[in-house]
Design a protein around this ligand. Structure first.
Ligand code: PLP
Length: 376
């Protein structure tokens, strides 16, 4: 069986190849014009990305983590403040809260969509709460209607972690335009990926945009005048050029991801012992990841690997149980839904260049494996 061609979890090469000529020409323009940091290519990408997200502003930075850090700073979050977020996410969401000296207050997730459970927010709010930070996990929006309504009742800001959900919509509005600010990552494997590191903050508040712009460039109001204690979080010119090329293809790549997801769903819907992570009815899904759940997840992953099919786990440990974040003071059992997700989720191969025959091979392998279990 191992002579079968490997199917990776993710493969960047088909995408790079598809736009190679455009990338090379966009990059070589930067080599010639020497706008290596920010510059025209970055500004043009910012304008295009803001329009893609339905916001007045997009500010490009050097990573999704930097985007979260600056959004929290611009929101005025600091020592003594609290930010409500989730334990079932990439660690960067929680780490950014610690960067500004604030305390992450975690709430459990919804058992169907695995995004923030809005019914858990109210009891987590204290007089120190400043921001609610939901994560649009795997490519679909969190339950924003409920989240925004709690935020409004309590006068809290909402910052969206949209690092996995470029182009997803909630009630017809793009993520990044729903809260006060949206934070995106352009890490190469994200739905919109740079050829290096990158990120952006989207907002329609001119005041917030101005603060973020200053903070990413040493807090300067004009050359040599440092109004705020800022950072060097600028996007480099090459990444702006690459992202400008790739953003034009994103709708097409997203359609392919959605088609792949539908094909998986058709083939896996009825498989006993397997559950597909559920959809948020108000949200479109851009399928950064296609995630299923089952008992004995690690065994299934191993059996698929034996058939040259490679899967991933996002994420194997809830943030509150990661050694680095035990200091938050939570313990096993505090977030049962998140902890169960960490044990059961499995990400199947998903990228625009994945073929229908690959989807079929992955699906049959899973069906065979789980049927064997029922028989045994
Ligand atoms: C990738 C990711 C980030 C961090 O983005 P980087 O560009 O890697 O710094 C933050 N949050 C989530 C949910 C992510 O998936």
């Amino acid at each position: 069986m191992t002579d079968l061609r490997p199917i990776p979890l993710f493969d960047l090469k088909p995408q790079q190849l598809e736009v190679r000529a455009e990338l090379v020409s966009a990059i070589s323009a930067i080599v010639d014009n020497c706008q290596f940091v920010l510059g025209d290519a970055v500004s043009a990408f910012e304008a295009d990305f803001a329009s893609f997200c339905g916001t007045d502003e997009a500010i490009a930075v050097n990573s999704g983590t930097s985007a979260l850090h600056l959004a929290l700073l611009a929101a005025g979050v600091g020592p003594g403040d609290e930010v409500i977020t989730v334990p079932h996410t990439f660690v960067a969401t929680v780490a950014a809260v610690l960067y500004v000296g604030a305390k992450p207050i975690l709430v459990d997730i919804d058992p169907v969509t695995l995004t923030m459970d809005p019914s858990k927010i109210e009891s987590a709010i204290s007089p120190r709460t400043k921001v609610i930070l939901p994560v649009h996990l795997y490519g679909q929006a969190a339950d924003m209607k409920a989240i925004l309504s709690v935020a409004k009742r309590h006068g809290l800001m909402v910052i969206e972690d949209a690092a996995q959900a470029h182009g997803a919509e909630y009630s017809g509005r793009p993520v990044g335009s729903l809260g006060d600010m949206g934070c995106f990552s352009f890490y190469p494997s994200k739905n919109l990926g740079a050829n290096g590191e990158g990120g952006a903050i989207t907002t329609s508040s001119r005041a917030l945009a101005e603060r973020v712009r200053m903070l990413r460039d040493w807090g300067q109001t004009s050359k040599g005048v440092h109004q705020l204690a800022g950072f060097n979080y600028r996007m480099d010119g090459f990444q702006g050029a690459v992202l400008g090329v790739k953003l034009k293809r994103l709708p097409e790549w997203t359609s392919r991801r959605v088609a792949i997801a539908h094909r998986y769903a058709e083939r896996l819907n009825e498989v006993g012992g397997l559950e597909i992570v559920g959809s948020q009815p108000e949200s479109t899904h851009v399928y950064h990841l296609f995630v299923v759940r089952c008992k004995g997840r690690d065994t299934l992953a191993q059996q698929l690997r034996a058939k040259n099919i490679f899967t991933g786990v996002h994420y194997p440990h809830s943030v509150h149980l990661q050694p680095a974040y035990l200091g938050l003071g939570y313990q096993a059992g505090d977030f049962p839904v998140a902890e169960h997700a960490a044990r059961s989720v499995l990400s199947l191969p998903m990228y625009p260049g994945l073929g229908d025959e690959d989807v079929d091979r992955v699906s049959s392998a899973i069906r065979d494996q789980l049927n064997d279990r029922l028989v045994a």
